[in-house]
Write a protein that binds this ligand. Sequence first.
Ligand code: ZN
Ligand code: ZN
Length: 178
Amino acid sequence: MRLKTFLYFADFVFYPLASAALVAVALLLKQPPRWDEAAVGFACGLLLWSLAEYVIHRFALHGPAYLAALHDMHHADPRALVGSPLWLSLSSICLGSLLPVWLLVGFGSACTVTAGLMLGYIYFGALHHVIHHYRLKRGSYLWRLKRRHTRHHYGKTPCNFGVVTSIWDRVFGTYCPE
Ligand SMILES: [Zn+2]
Ligand SMILES: [Zn+2]
């Protein structure tokens, strides 16, 4: 949905801080995860985000009519400040990551996994903003991401749902070359 400028950019401050706070909470527990466990948890969170990004974009935002109509605002005007309000993204992250991972493997791991997922989410937000709002140097990494995502916006067949990575598009057969 269309967001006020302040709310759109608030994510870029809130999520890096929230991610760091979760790592700090995990490390301050009575029985903190070991450094290697924390690193693996964080990496799992990043990977989990990349898959969540693909699934949400492909099956929710290009799925049911109500959600597709919201996402169409972005497709119709890619430079508009469209996104998820903080309350929605944060509650989704808590219900989709923090709580289930806590119940499955414990609070410390839930913190590190969710910290990774939050950083993945805001990395996605930053990349997506940059590729729609900036002129990028031809041949650069960001320019190639932009070409891939432009194919999602303007291609004839629905493809390239991943922004952060093309891995899941390649796995699930929705990858289109730039
Ligand atoms: Zn889309
Ligand atoms: Zn876009």
